[in-house]
Structures are given as structure tokens and as C-alpha cells.
Design a protein around this ligand. Structure first.
Ligand code: HQG
Length: 186
């Protein structure tokens, strides 16, 4: 399977398992699961044929382990905009977590903290390198440090997805550290 095809299938799966299942007539259950047969049939019926081997390859080799298969079902591990309950237990975060963003969002983030925007949760990374990669999707990355230990002590709930993404509902500006000079450049 060539790399472009792998990315294309992965994006298609992300789109319909996280954001727009209804667009191809799929319904996710409350945990975000769908039968693999139903997914493949729905994709086929909407002009995007995925073979069973391709699906297995994408699930197994995905760089961020975005998809989970259990028995005959599949779901996205995180990143949903549709309402799902991933059933993740609250977890104690490390003292610091990291969030990658870009300069143009900093004024808003300083004013209102990190908000989940179109997703369920704010996504945080345990290491700066991963956060930098997340920010770099939009431009030159700016990595913010989140005082996760203090937030947790203050009663904020954190969860960690099976592929190591930390999730929380919001991060107030008071618990964010901005790199020196961030926001001064364009
Ligand atoms: C920003 C990808 C203005 C936030 C990645 C981010 C990640 C604000 C954008 C995962 C804001 C939301 C998540 C505020 C936050 N005002 N902007 N108050 N608060 N923002 O894509 O964290 O490939 O929803 O900084 O690798 O960038 O999908 O979140 O720039 O793991 O598996 O609003 O998505 O993974 O963007 O990325 P996103 P994210 P996948």
C-alpha cells in the first residue's frame, strides 16, 4: 500500500469516525464504535472503496495509532467532534504537559485560556517535541507549558487516550506558561 493511499484512507476514516459519520449514513454507538462491515459497506456505497487489507494496514501502521479495533468493531481513539463517551478513566497527569499552537492564536489563548474549539477536549502532549509537531501543522509552532499538576490539584479532570494524548475540557490562562517573546513576532 503506497504512503499516499495510506494517508488518504486514514483521513477518510478520521473524517467519518470522528466528525461526519452521518455523511455516509453511519451511526456510531455511544462509545464511538461501528461494525467494520458497516463502515466498509457505507464507504463503498459513497464512492470510496476500502479493502479489508487496506483497513488492517492503516490500523496497524498508523503513525499515531488513531484507530482501535476490537473484535468486529472499530473506533477512533480520540479527536471526535461528534458526541461520544470514550469511557476513559480520570488519570493523574504529569506535573507539566504541553500544547502546540501558533502565534496568531496567542492573544485569544492569553485572554480565555485553551478551549477545545471544535473537538471535545483540549489535546495536550507529555513531551514538547510532540506538541511542537501538533503546532507545526498550522505554521511555526509555539509550545505552551500547562501546569497540569496544579490544575489537577484544583480539581480539573484529565484523561489519557490509549495512544498517549492527554485530554481535558479546558486550561485557564492562569495555568499556562508562554515562551518568552511569544506573540511578539508574526
Ligand atoms: C487553538 C491532531 C483561539 C489550539 C494533532 C489549536 C493533535 C485556540 C486550535 C490533535 C484557543 C484547535 C489536536 C482559544 C485553543 N482561542 N484558538 N481560546 N484554544 N486554540 O486541531 O490541539 O491528526 O482542534 O491551539 O496532532 O491543534 O487529528 O487541536 O491550534 O493531536 O490525530 O485552536 O489533532 O491529531 O485545533 O490538535 P485542533 P490541536 P490527529
Amino acid at each position: 500500500m503506497n504512503p499516499q493511499r495510506t494517508v488518504k484512507v486514514s483521513k477518510y476514516l478520521s473524517r467519518h469516525l470522528r466528525h461526519r459519520p452521518g455523511q455516509i449514513g453511519l451511526t456510531l454507538d455511544e462509545g464511538g464504535w461501528v461494525e467494520i462491515d458497516a463502515l466498509l459497506a457505507a464507504a463503498d456505497a459513497h464512492g470510496f472503496r476500502i479493502t479489508r487489507d487496506e483497513l488492517a494496514h492503516v490500523v496497524a501502521t498508523n503513525d499515531k495509532r488513531r484507530f482501535a479495533v476490537e473484535g468486529t468493531r472499530i473506533r477512533a481513539r480520540q479527536g471526535h467532534s461528534v458526541e461520544v463517551d470514550l469511557g476513559l478513566a480520570p488519570a493523574v497527569p504529569p506535573r507539566y504537559l504541553h500544547h502546540g499552537t501558533v502565534t496568531r492564536f496567542l492573544d485569544a489563548i492569553r485572554a480565555e485560556g485553551l478551549r477545545p474549539m471544535t473537538r471535545h477536549d483540549v489535546h495536550l502532549s507529555a513531551d514538547r517535541e510532540t506538541a511542537a509537531r501538533v503546532g507545526a501543522r498550522r505554521g511555526r509552532p509555539v509550545v505552551l507549558t500547562v501546569d497540569a499538576g496544579a490544575l489537577h490539584d484544583a480539581g480539573h479532570v484529565f484523561r489519557v487516550s490509549a495512544n498517549g494524548v492527554w485530554l481535558t475540557s479546558s486550561v485557564p490562562s492562569s495555568h499556562l506558561r508562554f515562551p518568552p517573546g511569544a506573540g511578539d513576532a508574526t
